[in-house]
Design a protein around this ligand. Structure first.
Ligand code: WT7
Length: 634
């Protein structure tokens, strides 16, 4: 692949080329992939209309690029290492040849079950090899996968399955998460009460727990894979045919089904993986994210496999059976590149350092961070204790919507600086906007983080709602992609992401819209109104604080019960990660004269920054602020 950066001058040289002639730049990179037919035009994009196309006219199948292409040279090389939840269970080493066979078998099963090109298949699986097989099997036959994180509730599944009218769900009987065993099939059964589009449920046996199988709808995958061929022709798809849908929380209303298409996503994830992790042949790469998030799609599955890499899939959690699990796995599999989230780093940094010190981490070359701003303490701990001051940290900024990493150091080329994501990757042009839409020139400035020119990996639309796609990302600053984050630029031109500027709160690296949580709370009969804000938390990054007004006075005891009921319904309808850490009942919420809740003030109060609330005299009800402050518990 062209344009893999090896030193800083080369980075600047390549970046100049990429920005001057993006079509030539990305076209040259695309040459090293396998196409059934080459493109007519590299890029055809109008950011004013949110109409973006890459490699138009090209025909391909991404699985030929992830798998078939590598068979001659590295058929016997490990594609996937599977490390199970329990360290007692033997790790699996799945070669590229075995991956080819397993993917093709599942692809044949999908076809037999009536799945055709363009159909949507929902995947609700734990982190087991079948998750990778099923996603790639969909891609093999041109079906669109919609992976739902296997920690989501029935309600969350139903709304996503219905939004995309999925014909099938692939799930497991159960899953292991640390010491817990979860009945996934039971959750799916409940979701399916409200999801009429689903005709078939394929069940993967994992925990062998007892499940109800509905006649005519539910089948065990292993019963079907026994009688199918290990070859399945790779369907021809167009460059801009959707590869997958992945839901992300919006600041308002229902989740957004981000649509990623085939060729551009392929080129972008492959190229950024190669640059950001500087993967070398025979390295072992491990990203600890769940494949249910974009990080897993792009940098556990597609990016690494497109590079013929060995990628590790870990089913478990960092605290089971002990807090040394991550370090034990690094030692066991001699991991070279390790990519995790600040929330994991913070929680592990709190544990006894002996957990780290008893393991040999000398295989590590590159450390990565993703999902939220990494604070300086966490950065330093990671750098000193895990990387032993030897391994550069790549603080990678990107989003579900961007498909791949946009801002990150290139290890061994870009000097790192704690808390800075540093430079844009090749072909990416970040700009910082003032509120009135003026590009902030020069270094040492800040603003809303936008991207000025299209890149191949950007999501093309929101499933069934192009208007919402346009409104959310392209309307604030016409002609620019608006990320929803703010950032600053230092004198060297390095970027530091300072956080969200909309009503999305990132809790333990999970992107949560506050509106759906408020809607859930407001369903309680006694609740009049609610406002959720994030406040700083030393492990989770942010935690949720709910300010709630009630329709009538109730006793203290009833209030305690109501808090529990509220969190139970949030866990049920959205997921346990969205539970509130603090709830304060209050007589009223501060509002503007037009009746809008002043979340800015609530955010300050939740963070205990009462001294700089700003001018509250223009509020409709300034006394609400005082009442909240006086009654705040901690
Ligand atoms: C939001 C996107 C794409 C990876 C997983 C999250 C925040 C992500 C960083 C970083 C500061 C970061 C942003 C972004 N974020 N990476 N390195 N430094 N903030 O994907 O769920 O779509 O969330 O995560 O606020 O907008 P996501």
């Amino acid at each position: 692949m062209k344009y893999i950066v090896k030193n800083l001058p080369e980075y600047f040289k390549f970046q100049e080329k990429a920005l001057k002639d993006p079509e030539r730049f990305w076209g040259a990179i695309a040459e090293s992939f396998q196409w059934k037919k080459k493109w007519d035009k590299v890029m055809n994009a109008d950011m004013h209309k949110a109409d973006i196309k890459w490699f138009e006219g090209a025909e391909l199948n991404i699985t030929e690029n992830c798998i078939d292409r590598h068979l001659d040279e590295r058929g016997d090389q490990t594609a996937i290492i599977f490390e199970a939840n329990s360290p007692e269970e033997k790790a699996q080493h799945i070669t590229y040849r075995k991956l080819y066979e397993e993917v093709n078998k599942v692809a044949n099963v999908l076809k037999e079950q009536g799945i055709q090109k363009g159909d949507r298949v929902c995947i609700y699986l734990p982190m087991i090899p079948e998750l990778a097989y099923t996603m790639l099997a969909c891609a093999r036959i041109g079906a669109i996968h919609s992976v739902i994180f296997a920690g989501y509730s029935s309600t969350a599944i139903a709304s996503r399955v219905n939004d995309a009218s999925c014909k099938m769900i692939v799930c497991a009987d159960g899953s292991y998460r640390g010491a817990k065993e979860i009945n996934l099939k039971g959750i799916v059964d409940k979701a399916l009460e409200d999801s009429p589009s689903v005709k078939t449920v394929l069940v993967v046996k994992r925990t062998h727990c007892k499940v109800k199988m509905k006649e005519g709808r539910d089948v065990y995958l292993e019963d079907l894979t026994q009688n199918v061929s290990v070859h399945c022709p790779a369907e021809t798809v167009q460059a801009e045919d959707p590869l997958f849908i992945l839901y992300t929380s919006g600041s308002t209303g229902k989740p957004k089904g981000m649509v990623h298409t085939t060729a551009g996503y392929m080129i972008y994830t492959a190229h950024t993986f190669a640059n950001v992790f500087q993967y070398e042949k025979d390295d072992v790469y491990w990203c600890t994210a769940d494949i249910g998030w974009i990080t897993g799609h792009s940098y556990i599955l597609y990016g690494p496999l497109l590079n013929g890499a060995t990628t590790l899939i870990f089913e478990g959690v960092p605290s089971y059976p002990d807090h040394n699990r991550f370090w034990a796995v690094i030692e066991k599999h001699k991991v070279n590149q390790f990519y995790t989230a600040p929330t994991a780093i913070r929680s592990l940094a709190k544990q006894d350092i002996k957990h780290v010190e008893k393991h040999d981490l000398s295989s590590l070359k590159v450390l990565g961070s993703v999902g939220e701003p990494i604070n300086v303490e966490a950065w330093n701990w990671y750098y000193h204790h895990i990387g032993k001051e030897r391994c550069p940290i790549v603080d990678t900024w990107w989003q579900t919507e961007t498909g791949g990493i946009l801002i990150s150091p290139i290890p061994f080329s870009t000097p790192t600086k704690a808390t800075f994501a540093t430079f844009p990757l090749l072909g990416i042009q970040p700009v910082l906007m003032s509120d009135d839409g003026i590009e902030q020139e020069g270094n040492l400035t800040n603003g809303k983080l936008c991207i000025k020119t299209p890149w191949p990996g950007i999501a093309r639309t929101i499933w069934n709602d192009h208007k919402r796609y346009f409104d959310t990302y392209f309307s604030a600053y016409p002609g620019y992609y608006f990320s929803g984050d703010a950032a600053l630029r230092d004198p060297a031109g390095y970027y530091r992401i300072t956080g969200r500027v909309d009503d999305v709160v990132i809790v333990s690296g999970h992107n949560l819209g506050t509106a759906p949580i408020e809607n859930t709370i407001n369903e309680q009969e006694i609740v009049a109104e609610s406002a959720i804000v994030g406040y700083p938390h030393d492990v989770k990054g942010n935690a949720l604080y709910g300010f709630i007004t009630l329709k009538r006075e109730i006793s203290e005891q009833e209030k305690e019960q109501l808090k529990i009921a509220i969190n139970n319904s949030i866990a049920d309808q959205i997921g346990p990660i969205a539970k509130l850490s603090k709830i304060q009942f209050t007589v009223s919420l501060p509002k503007t004269r037009s009746g809008k809740i002043m979340r800015r003030i609530l955010r300050k109060i939740a963070a205990n920054e009462m001294e700089n609330l700003g001018d509250t005299s223009t509020l409709l009800n300034p006394e609400a602020v005082q009442a909240i402050i006086v009654n705040k518990k901690d």
